[in-house]
Design a protein around this ligand. Structure first.
Ligand code: HEC
Length: 227
């Protein structure tokens, strides 16, 4: 009997640790990575939320803070529309286009719900209307090249995309994540903006909005700080 118990004991001495190691290797990373993924998703959405608040997207797209009615769900009154063109200075002067900040909540019919995060990213990086933007990575800025649409439909002024396209990939993806996953859908149909037949292409030239790549620091107008 003693001999038998010894054999059994010795057997367990190496089986138990192996089972334990395998069990830990098998189960632990899965549960940890699920939590990590959740944390990463929340962190991304919170970064997007912070950018949206500090860049005052709501100043045009509606609401005053994330607890206020109409938060980011678009124009609700003609007073929130923008007259663009000579009428901006002289009421009644022509041409006069009315542009309307859209519903940015993830409602499928009236907001960004039907667009992917990549289409929203493309809208912010390249100023392209999400509905006319292919759901692909865009690698160029010349129309017709690198997946850039041959006839781009740019987002109407005063949407400040010419400035915000310079945010990092991480920042723009975080904004898209917040708009799609961090907001509840709100139904508010915003009428299409008006605009010239070229969809503002003549307003968004390199001469008028600068190059996609910012000039190297320091330019002639800037200083490198002294140590
Ligand atoms: C100064 C006003 C203004 C501000 C500030 C502004 N937007 Fe806009 N935005 C507009 C207007 C106007 C449109 C409509 C453009 C059009 O119809 O072509 C628009 C359209 C959009 C669209 C396209 C929606 C669609 O369905 O076509 C997105 C996405 C967007 N804005 C995101 C943002 C984000 C994110 C911010 C903040 C980082 C922001 N906007 C801040 C004016 C603004």
């Amino acid at each position: 009997m003693t001999a038998l118990r010894d054999v059994k004991y010795r057997y367990l001495a190496w089986v138990v640790p192996i089972v334990a190691v395998v069990a830990v290797a098998w189960f632990r990373p899965a549960s940890v990575s699920a939590t990590e993924q959740q944390d990463a998703a929340t962190a991304q959405v919170l970064l997007g939320r912070n950018i949206v608040i500090t860049r005052d997207c709501a100043g045009c797209h509606g609401g005053t803070d994330p607890a206020s009615p109409g938060w980011l769900d678009g124009v609700r009154s003609p007073f929130q529309e923008f007259p663009i063109g000579p009428c901006y200075v002289t009421p009644g002067a022509q041409p006069c286009f009315h542009t309307r900040p859209r519903n940015l909540t993830p409602d499928n019919a009236t907001g960004l719900g039907r667009f992917t995060e990549r289409q929203i990213f493309n809208a912010l990086r390249f100023g392209l209307r999400p509905e006319d933007t292919p759901d692909v990575e865009i690698t160029g800025t010349t129309p017709g090249k690198g997946n850039f649409p041959a006839n781009p439909h740019y987002l109407a002024p005063p949407m400040p995309w010419p400035a915000w396209r310079h945010m990092s990939d991480v920042e723009l993806k975080a904004i898209a994540a917040y708009l799609k996953r961090g907001l509840k859908p709100s139904v508010n149909k915003v009428l299409d903006s008006e605009g010239p037949p070229d969809f503002w292409a003549s307003e968004y030239t390199v001469e008028k909005i600068g190059a996609m790549k910012t000039p190297a620091f320091p330019t002639a107008l800037e200083n490198r700080p002294k140590k």
